[in-house]
Design a binder for this molecule. Structure first.
Ligand SMILES: Cc1cc2nc3c(=O)[nH]c(=O)nc-3n(C[C@H](O)[C@H](O)[C@H](O)COP(=O)(O)OP(=O)(O)OC[C@H]3O[C@@H](n4cnc5c(N)ncnc54)[C@H](O)[C@@H]3O)c2cc1C
Length: 325
């Protein structure tokens, strides 16, 4: 039966050396899920999607103890330091676990701006303590404290200074309610930028079809701006669906951008129009690349019409905002 040694105090920066003082020992069933085991024993590991995408259940172990599947979605540096995603770890052997501590393991950032872009959409700008590397459209985990973390897509471009996020606030959401209480000057912590959802300079002559709903617009508009900045030549068509009766929360900024760049065309619609819009989707060319972003149900809803319009699966990239069940 595998035993889990959980450090009393998280170890920062380097692989865990030896059994830390105050460690708790847990006997676990072989094949059990590390996140479940830690939660059952009172460790408040944050989690959200349970599919390895959100990366909020990061913990650290001795590198030689970590099953490779639990690190598949992490970068090389995280892997070499023994970081793993607890939700993706099936226990087969003993492990020495340190819980993630954002105050020592992540990059502190000060909130520089918070304002509403719509009734329930908050613009959050933060100034990181040091510059960090990311691609426009990627996401990162924002930590408010050691037990509350959620992934958000980066809405700004490298080189724009502060990092920007667009947060849909849910009435009963833990992060939504906690961030409402924060103010300019407060500190939060940022994990590493991650994900495949970003512009590729090799796409210059590829028509892009960007399709998003709600705050799924955050990474899509960043990708569009990044593409235009990189001299993208082929057409970029951006469709965005807002809640019925609502106007797109970035309508003015996007219209200004489209006025400056003739290859960008906009379709700012509402959810009431989504079904009929999908029947009319046309591809600019067979080489079109579609990027989809929003709630998982929205992303799923778009796959079939795109396929019917002649787009093979390999030409569809998606980012689903999977949330807690
Ligand atoms: C890769 C990735 C990138 C993301 N980027 C963004 C982004 O840029 N902007 C953004 O707004 N969100 C984004 N999300 C979603 C975000 O991480 C949170 O899931 C969301 O903000 C809810 O967090 P919460 O703590 O407020 O709610 P939770 O405490 O996690 O959930 C509380 C309750 O609210 C419900 N709930 C949560 N989300 C929804 C929803 N969308 N619709 C209906 N009910 C819901 C849950 O079912 C639960 O019952 C992203 C998610 C992923 C995986």
């Amino acid at each position: 039966m595998p035993e889990i040694y959980v450090a009393g105090t998280p170890v920062a920066g380097s692989p865990v050396a030896g059994t830390p003082v105050g460690a708790q020992t847990i006997a676990a069933q072989p094949g059990s899920n590390l996140l479940d085991v830690l939660l059952e024993h009172g460790h408040k590991v944050p989690w959200s999607c349970r599919s390895g995408q959100c990366q909020s259940c990061l913990v650290q172990a001795r590198p030689d103890e970590v099953p490779s599947a639990a690190q598949a979605q992490l970068n090389a540096e995280q892997q070499s330091k023994g970081w793993l995603l607890a939700c993706q770890c099936q226990l087969q052997q003993d492990m020495h676990i340190s819980l993630h501590n954002p105050a020592t393991d992540d990059l502190p950032a000060r909130i520089s701006d918070m304002r509403y872009l719509a009734d329930d959409i908050l613009l959050l700008r933060v100034t990181p303590e040091r510059p960090l590397r990311f691609r426009a459209g990627q996401h990162m985990v924002l930590w408010l404290d050691a037990t509350l973390a959620r992934p958000y897509s980066i809405a700004s471009l490298p080189g724009e200074g502060d990092l920007e996020f667009h947060l849909r606030l849910h009435p009963h959401g833990a992060f939504s309610n906690a961030i409402r209480e924060r103010k300019t000057g407060d500190t939060l912590y940022m994990g590493a930028a991650a994900g495949h959802f970003h512009y590729d300079p090799g796409w210059q002559e590829t028509p892009l079809l960007l399709l998003g709903s709600g705050t799924g617009l955050a990474p899509l508009q960043a990708i569009a701006r990044d593409a235009l900045q990189a001299g993208h030549e082929a057409p970029i068509t951006l469709w965005h669906w807002s809640r019925s009766q609502a106007q797109c929360y970035l309508a003015d900024a996007l219209s200004e951008l489209a006025d400056q760049h003739s290859q960008l065309s906009l379709h700012l619609r509402t959810h009431a129009e989504l079904a009929s819009d999908l029947t009319q989707l046309r591809l600019a060319s067979r080489k079109t690349l579609a990027l989809l972003c929003g709630q998982p149900a929205f992303v799923e809803q778009l796959r079939k019409p795109l396929f019917m319009a002649g787009l093979p699966g390999r030409q569809i990239l998606d980012e689903a905002f999977i949330s807690r069940p």
